[in-house]
Design a protein around this ligand. Structure first.
Ligand code: FAD
Ligand code: 2HG
Ligand code: ZN
Length: 534
């Protein structure tokens, strides 16, 4: 790649503004601190620092309809699973979530190796009324992936085989436990790309992605998993294998049952296999990162990106100044720009003609500069710089969690009011008497960023210690704010434990009734991921 491809007026190249070193980490690095946190917790298992969910939320009681695990159950699981797949002594990392906000008390983690194993497990649990939690990479941001009480964890981590790939159609069939990044690396070797990308890619599973209907960084380009997932194989509460692992783009024969599993968060069945339509990987990718002084200008830059970059636009991420301050504080990475701008945008193009795409991006950036929409920016000159800028963006959630914890709100609101929620939240907390960002205050900052192209804001209130008083100041106030604007209280992370009581702020009672009927049909005893969702 040539040294300097785009130098719009007042634009600096990344290579000039940043001193890149060979120690730049890959994008998977984002999630490693969570793994480190879980490892630290394991070492310190006798005095864990994450409080039990049951203690934090004493209003939730264990459901007495569920049986308690007995020696006979363990003996049964050991009759068909190898010893290392029946984990009873090292369950801490499976009980604590990635935000270190929730902690269950499961004494058993099962690691099935096949759909048949899952079916046997579920048949037994169904008959015995033993509650279970399907778990993928445990990167959930809503407390969905960890037990609340003593539910058995069914970890899909040992089911990680790519079952088939057709390099004409681009259709891949995978075990649910395949890690997103590994699957994407496999596809890259064949010139294809997985139609989903997110900061937790190094840990999250395809099954978990489908179970949460994950959105991520390129939904703008590739759409939702409701479109790209072609088939699902899942095991329901009584051990029945629902075989819907079709590989057809078009199939109008009856109800599209697989759609129910997409976004069901482990409440309807354990997903064991998934077939996905993957697009061709773009041969030319460009990334620019620029600073703007107002949210109004961010919106204008987005509208112009849609018309001026058109079909090559593949991501449009926005971030506020506070987010940059936090990443800069905790990250050893090189910053793309200093923190003097009020807002930042990462724009990515993906296409196949270097000259055409480069010219389009350069023209777009120059026109934005001429219209005084952007103040300063950088354009990546090679793949390392592209990765580095993306890593910076993807590092925001991790950096925000460094001080202790984060109250996270993942919302969809009409674009014109999207950022207003961040300002209003800050004002709410100040009026309630909280100090923000001082040495002695528990609240570190109130931050907004997200997938502007999808109308999705991540409001994060970073704190040193989880505090019920702060939580009650924020909730249900945030959800009421969303409801008034007919927004969604969960744009991409799901409902899990965190938002279970607030579904009504986004869903009509008639819809919730149908959801409960569907749950009853698939899981009449409610053993699949209880205390969550509905
Ligand atoms: P887990 O966290 O293990 O589980 C999530 C839920 O799915 C749980 O309810 C669980 O019971 C259920 N589940 C998991 N596997 C199965 C299965 N095989 N069958 C049935 N149910 C199952 N999310 C986004 O949408 N967009 C983002 O950009 C994004 N970025 C993130 C960045 C970071 C740093 C982190 C930590 C998280 C991010 N997330 C994002 C949230 C999370 O990564 C996604 O929700 C992801 O899809 C969860 O996958 P997982 O394998 O870790 O599932
Ligand atoms: C992202 O877009 C993820 O980075 C995580 O969805 C957002 O942590 C969050 O709030
Ligand atoms: Zn997101």
């Amino acid at each position: 790649m040539s040294a300097v491809r785009f130098i719009p007026r007042r634009f600096t190249t990344v290579s000039r503004s940043l001193r890149f070193t060979s120690s730049l980490r890959g994008r998977a690095g984002v999630i490693r601190s969570y793994a480190a946190a879980a490892a630290a917790e394991k070492k310190n298992a006798s005095t864990p620092t994450v409080k039990l969910t049951a203690e934090m939320y004493p209003e939730i009681q264990r459901d007495s309809r569920f049986a308690k695990l007995e020696e006979e159950d363990l003996a049964y699981f050991r009759s068909f699973l190898p010893d290392h797949a029946v984990v009873t002594d090292d369950t801490v990392g499976f009980n604590i979530d990635s935000m270190r906000k929730y902690r269950g008390q499961s004494r058993l983690v099962l690691k099935p190796r096949s759909t048949e194993d899952v079916s046997k497990i579920m048949k037994h649990c169904g008959e015995r009324k033993l509650a279970v939690v399907p778990q993928g990479g445990n990167t959930s941001l809503v407390g969905g992936s960890v037990p609340v009480f003593d539910e058995i964890v069914i970890s899909l981590s040992a089911m990680n085989t790519i079952r088939s790939f057709d390099d004409v159609s681009g259709i891949i069939v995978v075990d649910a436990g395949c890690i997103l990044e590994s699957t994407d690396n496999f596809l890259a070797e064949h010139g294809y790309i997985f139609p989903l990308d997110l900061g937790a890619k190094g840990s999250c599973h395809i099954g978990g992605n489908v179970a949460t209907n994950a959105g991520g960084l390129r939904l703008l380009r590739y759409g939702s998993l409701h479109g790209s997932v072609l088939g699902i194989e899942a095991v329901t509460a009584d051990g029945t294998v629902v075989n819907g692992l079709g590989k057809l783009r078009k199939d109008n024969t009856g109800y599209d049952v697989k759609q129910l599993f997409i976004g069901s968060e482990g409440t309807l069945g354990v997903i064991t296999g998934v077939s996905v339509l993957c697009p061709k990987r773009s041969s030319v990718v460009n990334v620019a990162f620029f600073g703007l002084d107002s949210y109004e200008k961010v919106q204008q830059a987005f509208v112009r990106a849609k018309s001026e970059l058109g079909e090559i636009l593949s991501a449009f991420e926005f971030m506020d100044k506070q987010s940059q301050v936090q990443v800069a504080k905790y990250s050893e990475r090189q910053k793309p720009l200093d923190e003097q701008h009020n807002f930042y945008v990462l724009v990515e193009t993906s296409g196949s003609d270097a000259a055409h795409d480069g010219e389009k991006l350069q023209n777009y950036l120059e026109r934005l500069m001429e219209s005084d929409l952007i103040e300063d920016g950088v354009v990546a000159q090679d793949e390392t710089q592209i990765k580095s800028i993306w890593t910076w963006r993807e590092g925001i959630p991790e950096s925000l969690g460094r001080a202790g914890g984060v109250y996270k709100y993942d919302v969809s609101i009409p674009l014109d009011e999207l950022y207003q929620l961040v300002d209003d939240t800050r004002e709410l907390l100040i009026k309630a008497g909280y100090e923000i960002g001082t040495e002695s205050s528990n609240i570190v900052d109130v931050v907004g960023y997200g997938h502007l192209g999808d109308g999705n804001l991540h409001l994060n209130v970073a704190i040193k210690n989880y505090d019920k008083k702060i939580e009650h100041t924020l909730e249900p106030w945030v959800y009421e704010w969303i409801q008034k604007r007919q927004g969604s209280i969960s744009a991409e992370h799901g409902i899990g434990f965190a938002k279970k009581n607030y579904l009504g702020y986004s869903k009509d009672p008639s819809m919730i009734k149908v959801m409960k009927e569907i749950k009853q049909l698939f899981d009449p005893n409610g053993i699949l991921n209880p205390y969550k969702y509905i």
